[in-house]
Design a protein around this ligand. Sequence first.
Ligand SMILES: [Zn+2]
Length: 287
Amino acid sequence: MRNALSIDVEEYFHAHAYEDVVERAEWGGLPGRVRANTRRLLALLAEHGTRATFFVLGWVAERHPELVREIAAAGHEVGSHGYAHQLLYRQTPAEFAHDLARSLAAIRHALGTDVVLGYRAPGFSLTDDSLWALDVLRAHGVRYDSSLQPVGAGRASRLRGRKRSGVSGAGRFAARLAGGLWEFPASTLRLLGRNWPVAGGGWFRLLPLWATRAAIARINAEGQPAIVYLHPWEIDPEEPPVPRAPALARVRHRLNLDRTEARLRGLLACGEFGPLREVFAAELAEV
Ligand SMILES: [Zn+2]
C-alpha cells in the first residue's frame, strides 16, 4: 500500500520546543537553515524516486519563493502550514483567516497558481476549541485538512497544561466533513487502549526504524494508508543554538537529529510513499 509522506517546511526556531522563547520579531535575525535542509530532503527524495506533500510556512514562502518553486518543479505537492506558525487555539477565527490568507497568497505568488489543496496547522492544533478553523479553510478554497492528531480530547490535555492535540470522538482515519472538506489525520497506532502518534516528529526520531515500520504495517493492515510527517530541521544536527531555550526543550527538540536522515532513507527504501493529493486522490475526487 502507498503511504503519504508530508514535510512541514519551517525553520528550527519555529518548532514547538521554542515557540515560547523566540519572539516573532527575532525570526529575521536568526541564522536560517530551512533552504539548505529542504534542498537536502529534496535530493534525498529524488534519490529514492519518492514524492511528498510539503506544507510550507508562509513566512518561509515569502522569503524563499524559489524554494517553493523547486519543491513544485520536482513534482511534489505544495500545501500551506499557515503563515506565522501560530497554534489554532491561540488565534481568533479572524486572526486565523488573516494568517491563512497570507500564507496562501505567499505560496500562490511563488508558484503562479491558485491551486493549494491542503493545509496543516502548526502543532496539530486542531482541537475541540478550534474546530471553527475548518469553516475558515473551506471559505478559502482549501480541499483537505491534515491538522488532526487523534490522540484524545483537546480539552482534557489542556487541563494538564500541556500542548493540546486531538478532537473528542474523532476517528483515526480519513473522513469527509460537512461541506466537503476532507480530514486526513496524522497516523496513530491503537495500543493499550489509546492512540499513539507514532508516525512522525519526536516519535519518529525516538523509535527505532523497525518500530516505525511495524506501526505503518499495522495501519496498512487496517486497510488504511499511513500519514507520516517530518520537518527539514529534523535532519540537521548542525542546528545553531537558540537563545534562552530551556534545557529540557532543547534536549527533546534535538533528540536524534543526527540519526533521522538515515532513518528516513531506511523508511523510503522499504516502502512506497506519495503526496497526500495522490494517496487520497479517490477521496478528493468525490464531489
Ligand atoms: Zn510546524
